[in-house]
Design a protein around this ligand. Structure first.
Ligand code: G3I
Ligand code: 9MR
Ligand code: ZN
Length: 531
């Protein structure tokens, strides 16, 4: 690429009949670009669109739209003295990616011998855990390591389960290289162990402190079960209730166990005030604190209504929604909107709404369905408006910790609106998030390890760091404003938001990986890449 012009493309490629957009730094409106094949023959030409600049890009970017071209093969985009890297146009381009971002969950299993990979290891974290503050212990084993650390957090696991089950609904019977239900069951079986006898759910299990960058089986400090929380108990109820249907045929007893545990968790929620999680002073691993657990309670009730048909659940869910929506916005903290339908680890309301919308036949009062549909479309329109005025088509106005996971969650909302309305504009906006992650960004990076011509190499991920080899199939957290770790502070001063990423292991606020960032991206690839 010439110094003054850069061309950014989806490094994994494009399907022949899909929208095909590249992004150009240093271009001008109507400047001509060429699609050149691997023999150096120009097979298509077009003109750049007018440059767009927005806050997170911090620079003017033109788009090169070559969607009309439907040839297949290996190509580059060429302009005067500038060229993109080679990329394919064809079918099946994303199958290996899909397998690898799914296999990341297998490689993240705790408590099992991991076989046959460079990152194989003996079973880890197999000892019993102290139950914080009680002097009691409990044997809890299994589940996925959360991220670059080895903690296991119910809030994070629940979101991940939901995303993977929703992805299974899209790709389940079409993609047989990975057994999603088997992998999700591994997490569910761990989660069942996190429930206390009274139905409440422990927030997490980890050691008291983060360990150095060692292999998981070498972390042998004491394990501790952190106190129960409303968020964990509600997320537990919501994801277990939803998951039951997927095991009904293959293992009815397991399905019934899931529903019974979910109901028990809900019974606890019905009889207890909010217990907001905060790390006790002795525990310094991840927090996943949440000041508002109305969305978690709503999610649990929506899911339980669908699986049991008990009208009281739906009634309570609608009461929560209505009450929360009626709250005044805190002008000192406008981001603390009383209610939004969103997909994130801290706001799971949209999972509840999506579950109800998938089961409209079970809801007699059609005004409920209309209200939910309108809410999703309203949120999708808000995201769409941001995408349309973004230089790289990104759906957010601030890049914060886990922004690539956030981009994937925003795409989920857009795809849900596409399903509800049939309006393809939402699908195309979601595809822009897909292309952004895979290379259409100002760092010319494919943010999924092991894929693309120019990819993340040094994620904040203990197994990769300990072995000295980057595990493939992991979505890096992505650019984050605010310089929230020492390495970011050192390397990212005065960077535009979309360039506030550094591929160094120490930057956990921009370059960690996490199960609940991979999981919405799995959903996105299932929807955009596979079919
Ligand atoms: O949501 C607000 C947004 O509205 C606001 O504009 C923005 C301003 O910067 O902040 C956003 O909140 C941020 C939040 O992430 C978004 O999810 C917080 O500032 C930020 O502190 C918070 O960081 C969380 C981080 O832990 C520190 O608590 C990440 O979400 C969360 O993914 C990360 O989770 C860690 C676990 O604790 C431990 N395991 C690894 C995992 C991934 O790094
Ligand atoms: O490795 C930890 C990562 O999983 C967390 O997301 C992050 C924020 O809680 O903390 C990381 O641990 C660092 C700790 O916060 C500060 N000392 C260095 C630790 C390893 O980078
Ligand atoms: Zn482990």
């Amino acid at each position: 690429m010439s110094m003054n012009k850069s061309i950014f493309i989806n490094q994994i490629g494009y399907k022949p009949n899909s929208t095909k957009i590249a992004y150009v730094r240093g271009g001008l409106k109507d400047e001509v670009f060429f699609i050149v094949d691997n023999k150096g023959v120009s097979v298509y030409s077009g003109k750049l669109n007018a440059p767009v600049e927005d806050r997170v890009a911090g620079e003017p970017i033109c788009t090169a739209d070559f969607s009309e071209f439907t040839g297949t093969g290996e190509y580059r985009i060429c302009m005067d003295e500038a060229a993109s890297s080679v990329f394919p146009i064809g079918n099946g381009l994303f199958d290996d990616l899909y397998y690898s971002i799914l296999n990341y969950f297998y490689l993240s299993r705790c408590g099992e011998n991991i076989e046959g990979e460079d990152w194989s290891h003996d079973a880890c974290h197999t000892g019993i855990a102290e139950i914080y503050g009680t002097g009691l212990t409990k044997n809890v084993q299994g589940g996925w390591h959360d991220a670059g650390d080895y903690g296991r957090y119910v809030v994070a696991g629940a979101k991940t389960i939901m995303d993977l089950l929703l992805a299974y609904e899209v790709s389940g019977t079409k993609f047989n290289r990975f057994d999603i239900l088997k992998e999700v069951r591994f997490e569910l079986e761990w989660m069942l162990q996190m429930q206390r006898d009274d139905g409440a759910v422990y927030h997490k299990i980890s050691c008291y402190h983060f360990c150095p960058f060692i292999l998981p089986q070498l972390e042998t400090d004491k394990l501790v079960l952190a106190p129960v929380s409303t968020a964990a108990t509600a997320d537990f109820a919501g994801c277990l209730a939803y998951a039951a249907q997927f095991y009904e045929e293959s293992d009815k007893a397991f399905a019934e166990t899931l529903v019974a545990a979910a109901i028990k968790a809900q019974d606890y929620l019905d009889t207890h005030k909010d217990e907001l999680y905060k790390n006790p002073p002795e525990i310094t691993t991840g927090g996943y604190g949440d000041w508002n657990v109305m969305d978690e309670r709503y999610f649990a009730l929506c899911s339980l209504y669908v699986v049991t048909g008990k009208k009281a659940y739906l009634k309570k869910a609608m009461e929560i929604r209505k009450t929360a929506m009626g709250q005044p916005i805190d002008e000192t903290a406008p981001w603390k909107r009383p209610w939004i339908d969103a997909f994130s680890w801290g706001c799971v309301s949209a999972y509840g709404t999506e579950i109800l919308l998938k089961n409209q036949d079970k809801i007699e009062d059609k005004t409920i369905i209309d209200d939910l549909k309108n809410a999703i479309i309203k949120e999708a329109d808000r995201i769409y408006a941001v995408v349309e005025k973004s230089a790289f088509g990104t759906g957010f106005e601030r890049a914060f910790w886990g922004s690539n996971g956030h981009v994937s969650d925003l795409a989920h909302m857009l795809l849900l609106a596409n399903e509800l309305t049939g309006n393809n504009k939402y699908y195309e906006a979601a595809k822009k998030q897909f292309d952004y992650i895979l290379g259409c960004n100002p760092l010319n990076l494919c943010y999924v390890t092991g894929f693309g011509k120019n990819t993340v190499q040094n994620p904040h991920h203990r197994p990769s760091g300990a072995i000295g080899k980057c595990m493939p199939g992991m979505l890096a957290g992505g650019p984050a404003e605010g310089l929230m770790d020492e390495v970011a502070k050192k390397h990212l001063q005065n960077k535009a938001p979309l360039q506030s990423f550094v591929d160094l292991q120490g930057s956990y606020s921009t370059n960690e990986v996490a199960i609940y960032w991979n999981s919405p991206f799995v959903y996105l690839v299932a929807k955009i890449g596979l079919i």
